[in-house]
Design a protein. Structure first.
Length: 332
């Protein structure tokens, strides 16, 4: 958007969901100028995740209803900031490159849901950082995995691979990847997974398989699927006395988790993580620097690149397990 549009209503392309689980329609929508404390942005790239699919179904994972029709503002975005009305925002970010966050970036800043990206090169790949900081942060911030630990990762999708990458960086001695799709195992080696288990290959509960494989259980486990039965298995494969299990995956609306109290009173810890425990305003730029310095992976997660007009095809690929992450180019 040129500077001549500042303060004016503009027309943009958007993916609109008129019904839950029905194909989205690309239409022109009007976007008003930003008001006090707001920004107006030009979306450059976005990447789809399974949480977006939950939103598309018409319900949020917390069980509340979403309004339909709905313009699709996908959960995680990389974008260029175009206009800022400097009323309640302290710093000027006009024409800055920013990465959006689905959580507020600091206390007492309800509208501050973005972080500045200081280095504009490879901007298309910045959109993948959200999967890194969810997975890496679950390991580094939430669980605080220690060197020499045994780690189990349930689900070898994008977030699970980021967990494996974080565990390798933390010095884990064994990283066990668990998935029902054996085709994922070769790829997972590149992210640090040292051994693999397919639950379909065993005739006993997967938690018992892992306990037997590790002589009592793992030090840390991470559920990266969003399946409540797997969440329980991830907890119960942890070692008595100190094992910690972190729920990373987002379960479907209305789902509940359960386990026997004995699993917890014997010393296991059950945790959840949001945004990997990162504070995005200050720490996302730090992750950008780590990527630019080749200290964390990003490129390796991108398996498909499409246009906004192909959003329905991209969702199909995601749902079918045909890709890790598909990046959508919002402007051709």
């Amino acid at each position: 958007m040129a500077s001549s549009t500042q303060g004016q209503v503009i027309t943009c392309k958007a993916a609109v969901a008129y019904e839950p689980n029905k194909p989205m329609v690309i239409e022109d929508v009007q976007v008003a100028p930003p008001q006090a404390g707001e920004v107006r942005i030009k979306i450059l790239f976005t990447a789809l995740c399974h949480t977006d699919h939950y939103t598309w179904s018409g319900k949020k994972p917390d069980g509340t209803e979403l309004l339909i029709p709905r313009v699709s503002f996908l959960a995680f975005l990389a974008m260029k900031l175009l206009e800022l009305l400097k009323v309640s925002v302290k710093e000027s970010l006009k024409c800055s490159l920013v990465i959006m966050s689905f959580l507020v970036t600091k206390r007492n800043a309800e509208n501050a849901s973005f972080a500045r990206a200081e280095r504009p090169t490879s901007v298309v790949k910045f959109v993948l950082l959200q999967y890194n900081y969810i997975g890496l942060g679950a390991v580094w911030n939430t669980a605080k995995v220690e060197a020499g630990s045994i780690v189990a990762v349930f689900g070898l999708g994008t977030v699970g691979l980021a967990v494996a990458e974080g565990a390798k960086s933390a010095g884990a001695s064994r990283i066990i990847g668990i998935d029902i799709d054996s085709k994922k195992f070769d790829v997972a080696k590149n992210f640090g997974v040292t051994e693999f288990v397919n639950p379909k290959d065993h005739d006993k509960p997967i938690q018992q398989v892992i306990v037997d494989l590790t002589d009592g259980g793992v030090d840390y486990s991470f559920e990266c699927i969003g399946n409540v039965s797997v969440m329980r298995a991830a907890l119960e494969c942890c070692h008595k006395g100190w094992g910690t299990s972190v729920i990373v995956g987002v379960a479907a609306s209305g789902q509940e988790i359960s386990t026997r109290p004995f699993q917890l009173v014997t010393g296991r810890v059950w945790k959840g993580t949001a945004f990997g425990g990162f504070k995005s305003r200050t720490q996302v730029p730090w992750l950008v620097e780590k990527y630019m310095n080749k200290e964390i992976k990003v490129d390796e997660y991108i398996t498909h690149t499409m246009t906004l007009a192909e959003i329905n095809k991209a969702f199909d690929l995601l749902h079918e397990g045909g890709c890790l992450r598909c990046v959508l180019t919002a402007h051709e």
